[in-house]
Design a protein around this ligand. Structure first.
Ligand code: AMP
Ligand code: ZN
Length: 438
């Protein structure tokens, strides 16, 4: 392997050996770049790496310590910058919860690489020139909106940069410009459906073909629901700002796991306790290294996202490996009387029940010394009649099925449509009133 100048189509179908050779070449370049930053210069030196020549094989990546969100905060504002500031043409930042933001810088070349990855992702879902792309993800410091924007233009789609919110206007744009493709969070897709009739629209008004949904964990059942409600295909899109943003991993039309673009991202999954890598096919925390960015190199980033690398090749012919849908973030995990529970497991049960609406909230509190988990969910208005039997049956079914799946006995409260708070941006699905009791 002498070069890394593959055409995109070619790189998507490289045999594994050639792909690994390309990864090694790019990993070495990335390590060399990282060594020019104050942060990694020290971090890598402490680990015995002073030059890219200390990396001989891909396995040598294990000599490199993990990078965490706290590291990025510590490096704020310029500790991870590896080019002169005037080489940088864009930055994205996330504020997080602790106040100090994390910031990622991009050179023009970095942005071009990202755009090419988004073109590839969009193509994988069947998007093409002539499609009308209504981008309902927030534009701004958050990478969700702008992240797919340039790739969609480059592919030749007509881009409507609607950004998030203003549901009434979204419908009008969808109707007037015959939108074929929506990019939104899954919770916003469900919200759109809930408001459609009330705002005077019906599916007949639209020309929708597909939705690209991401930015938050969601279950297969939610995808199914979105597809059934809108009569479209919905594809899972995964990314995070530390690794550019959307287009780290994307579903192809097989809808069976998300291809990670491995020529750009080196994938590892690790055991959450021992922090040792786990083999493909075993669930672990996703750890990513970006191989094609010089503005801000990031090595072995602990995403906190839980997933499994799928060992089998995809039937679509792309050779990059896939990951299963994200089960949740390690910090989303609830411990209920000692049992580990992910909100996505509960979502899986309720979203497949007939009559259940599109919004739900899980509340957890202490009752005496025990944890009590209660599922609040909206159901169709038709179930609220004088005869409460249907509601009672539904409640019992939810309880039974949740118990069967996660072994805990939940409370269930059913509400009329519109009762629960409307979710803006990334949906908040859990209210844990226990504070720091666990
Ligand atoms: P941000 O950096 O603000 O864009 O947030 C990135 C995080 O959003 C990821 O680390 C995941 O926790 C979550 N996320 C993004 N896309 C998905 C997806 N398709 N499924 C589940 N979680 C996602
Ligand atoms: Zn595929």
């Amino acid at each position: 392997m002498k070069h890394d100048l593959y055409e995109d189509r070619e790189v998507e179908r490289l045999d594994r050996e050639a792909l690994k050779a390309l990864q090694l070449l790019r990993l070495k370049k990335t390590v060399a770049t990282a060594l020019t930053t104050p942060f990694y210069k020290k971090r890598l030196k402490d680990a015995g790496i002073t030059s890219a020549e200390d990396i001989h094989t891909l396995e040598d990546i294990r000599k490199i310590p993990y990078t965490t969100k706290d590291d990025l905060r510590e490096a704020y504002p310029y500790g991870l910058l590896s080019v002169e500031l005037d080489e940088v043409v864009r930055m994205h930042a996330s504020s997080g919860t602790t106040g100090t933001p994390t910031v990622i810088y991009h050179t023009q070349n970095d942005l071009d690489n990202w755009t090419n990855l988004t073109v590839r992702s969009l193509k994988a879902t069947g998007c093409h020139k002539g499609d009308v792309f209504q981008n309902m993800m927030t534009y701004g410091l958050f990478t969700g909106g702008i992240g797919l924007h340039y790739g969609a233009e480059k592919l030749g789609m007509l881009v409507i940069p609607a950004s998030s919110g203003n549901t009434k206007r979204q419908f009008q744009l969808m109707k007037d410009f015959k939108t074929t493709t929506i990019h939104a969070t899954p919770s916003y897709m469900l919200h759109l459906y809930n408001r459609m009739e009330e705002l005077g629209y019906s599916l007949k008004d639209f020309n929708l073909k597909r939705a690209l949904i991401g930015a938050e964990p969601h279950s297969e059942e939610v995808r199914q629901k979105i597809e059934d409600l809108f009569h479209i295909d919905a594809y899972n899109s995964y990314g995070l700002s530390e690794m550019n943003g959307p287009s780290v991993a994307f579903e192809c039309t097989e809808k069976n796991g998300m291809h990670v673009w491995e020529d750009a991202y080196y994938v590892e999954t690790i055991d959450r306790k021992s922090l040792e890598p786990v083999p493909d096919g075993t669930e672990g925390e996703l750890v990513l290294t970006i191989l094609v960015r010089t503005g801000t190199p990031i090595l072995r980033y602990r995403t906190k996202d839980l997933t499994t690398v799928i060992p089998e090749p995809c039937t679509c012919g792309r050779t990059s490996r896939r990951i299963t849908r994200i089960k949740g973030r390690t910090d989303d995990m609830l411990i209920i009387n000692g049992v580990n529970v992910f909100p996505s497991q509960i979502e899986e049960v309720i979203m497949k029940m007939p009559g259940i609406g599109t919004n739900y909230l899980i509340k957890v509190k202490k009752v005496g010394t025990l944890d009590k988990l209660t599922i609040h969910t909206e159901v169709g208005a038709e179930l609220f009649t004088d005869d409460a039997r249907d509601l009672y049956t539904l409640k019992s079914r939810i309880k039974e099925e949740v118990k069967a799946l996660i072994t805990i006995n939940p409370g269930v409260e059913l509400h009329e449509p519109g009762f629960l708070p409307v979710q803006q941006g990334k949906a908040i699905r859990v209210e844990d009133e226990r504070g720091s009791v666990y």
